[in-house]
Design a binder for this molecule. Structure first.
Ligand SMILES: O=P(O)(O)OC[C@H]1O[C@H](OP(=O)(O)OP(=O)(O)O)[C@H](O)[C@@H]1O
Ligand SMILES: NC(=O)CC[C@H](N)C(=O)O
Ligand SMILES: [Mg+2]
Length: 501
């Protein structure tokens, strides 16, 4: 999951896109970039790091124009350390195109070959997003003649993209001198919504909080397979460009990725997390009698709504036992296990008095590699807790994700091939309570019965785009360079977060 945004406005957009990217920072901490367009010319600045570190005043001044797009990157393909794989990507023909992408293509390797051999296009990085841009460029080239461009041509090109590309993709692109294009994959796995402001501006963004936080009004989510073309006057045209669609948003967005103040595909992320707390409370009762629990403590940040609701239902006190250092970013989306492990201790510290002599129920939104839980349980014990119980608002993460969440190999998932009891032993808690897969789907799905279902592949192993084989997973993972503990690169990557202070 990355965060993407695009704007067509009647005023300069550089500051607006910067502000939008700050509101999307939780979706990607590794790199960021902005492109603006003035006349037929694009202006770009992109680099590794957090938004605040990348854009200095001189960079902002060099981004003129009244339309543009931006991205914050959380790498799930190619090389996490390569500055060249930061987005946006640019190709010069046809017209001049720039693109930002949230998602992950599952056939990027085959497409890259095809682009080279058949379409005679050169892809210069390992990024699937650069492949996607070149497929779009090729499809656009096929349907256009001369230098004029009609929305119908753009939609025909998106049709071509849907036919060739597999996986998940929410996309925003600029076509030089013509306008902004945005589209969503036919399963609607990754989010994308649209809004307007009172000055005639149009914005597309990954999350509704981006619109709200920048003075835009939310109009609607883009539908799976649908594309919108916004010309430079702000006129919008929509078209369904996929032959077959289903609506299966990624359930992990509601569990962890998105901000709780966003509404996605008709579902309030906050309400989804409250509902998960309700169903988790039922699981807790059947495992640990509530009178054996003295206090419920959330593991900040994302678990708070679920923990709060759970505590209220069980009639238990809800207390803050961990203080988060706000200058350390989200640990799960950091590349490299070494950085992640170190960051949990840097990020969270105990308030000892909440633990001493008590039986505590810690609540997290999810347990993925177990990095956070292992450290946290030990910290609770060191602070004098008598019993440490742990509850997860999501079910065990047992399968790799191929749609834009960085959990590519089964081996790194603490619950893969293990029973709950085996995971409990590894984490070192006295009882481990997981959410149930169907209860999770019901808790969130009940908030929008019109959905076809969810992509819940990391929990149930069902891949909504069709069968993903172990060979596909191995192929998608090959070439990933995420660094290992002690790598020079990984320690370097920890710096931007520390420097934000
Ligand atoms: O089992 P793990 O591999 O450790 O991953 C799961 C943890 O990572 C996330 O926290 P993170 O610190 O990224 O973000 P948050 O502050 O939003 O909770 C998530 O909320 C869990 O706490
Ligand atoms: N998580 C994402 O959406 C990442 C987009 C793209 N696959 C990249 O690695 O840059
Ligand atoms: Mg967390």
């Amino acid at each position: 999951m990355c965060g993407i945004v695009g704007v067509v406005s009647k005023a300069p957009v550089n500051q607006l896109i910067y502000d939008a990217l700050l509101l999307l920072q939780h979706r990607g901490q590794d790199a960021a970039g902005i492109v603006t367009q003035q006349g037929r010319k694009f202006f770009m600045h992109k680099a590794k790091g957090m938004v605040r570190d990348i854009f200095r005043t001189r960079n902002m001044r060099a981004l003129p124009g009244m339309c543009g797009l931006g991205q914050v990157r959380y790498p799930t393909a190619g090389n996490a350390f390569s500055e060249e794989e930061a987005q946006p990507f640019y190709v010069n023909a046809p017209f001049g195109l720039v693109l930002v992408h949230n998602g992950n293509l599952t056939n990027a390797k085959a497409l890259a070959q095809e682009l080279f051999q058949t379409d005679h296009r050169h892809v210069n990085t390992e990024s699937d997003s650069e492949v996607l841009l070149n497929v779009l460029a090729h499809e656009l080239e096929k349907v256009t003649r001369g230098v004029t461009l009609k929305p119908a041509d753009v939609f025909a090109a998106v049709r071509g993209v849907h036919k060739r590309v597999k996986g998940s993709y929410a996309v925003v692109a600029l076509i030089a001198g013509h306008g902004l294009l945005a589209f969503r994959d036919p399963h609607g796995i990754r989010p994308l919504c649209l809004g307007h402001n009172k000055d005639g501006g149009v914005m597309v963004a990954s999350e509704s909080v981006t619109l709200e936080g920048t003075g835009f009004e939310f109009d609607r989510d883009l539908q799976p397979g649908e594309a919108v073309f916004v010309d430079l006057e702000g006129r919008q045209q929509f078209e369904q460009c996929a032959d077959q669609v289903s609506h299966n948003p990624c359930i992990f967005e509601f569990v962890y990725l998105a901000r709780p103040d966003s509404v996605m595909d008709g579902i309030s992320v906050y309400q989804a997390r409250l509902n998960l707390g309700v169903t988790l409370a039922k699981r807790v009762i059947s495992t640990v009698p509530p009178n054996e629990i003295d206090v419920v403590i959330p593991i900040p940040e994302s678990s708070r709504p679920s923990a709060m609701e759970l505590a209220q239902l069980l009639g238990l006190p809800y207390r803050e036992g961990f203080v988060k250092n706000r200058y350390v970013g989200r640990t799960f989306i950091m590349p490299g296990q070494g950085v992640r492990k170190k960051s949990v201790r840097q990020k969270l510290n105990v308030i000892g008095s909440e633990f001493k002599g008590r039986n505590v129920l810690l609540v997290d939104d999810s347990i993925v590699r177990g990095t956070t839980s292992r450290e946290i349980v030990q910290m609770a014990r060191d602070a004098g807790a008598r019993k440490v119980y742990l509850a997860s608002a999501a079910p065990p993460v047992r399968f790799p994700n191929v749609y834009g969440i960085d959990m590519p190999t089964p081996g790194e998932l603490v619950a893969h091939g293990r029973t709950v009891e085996e995971v409990r032993e590894i984490i070192g808690c006295d009882a481990l309570i997981y959410q149930d897969v169907d209860a999770m789907k019901q808790a969130i799905g009940s908030l929008n019965p019109r959905l076809s279902g969810f992509d819940a592949s990391c929990f149930d192993g069902v891949y909504v785009t069709g069968d993903i084989t172990p060979a596909d997973i191995a192929r998608l993972n090959a070439g990933r360079d995420q660094g290992e503990e002690g790598d020079e690169d990984t320690s370097r990557l920890a710096l931007p977060n520390a420097q934000v202070a």
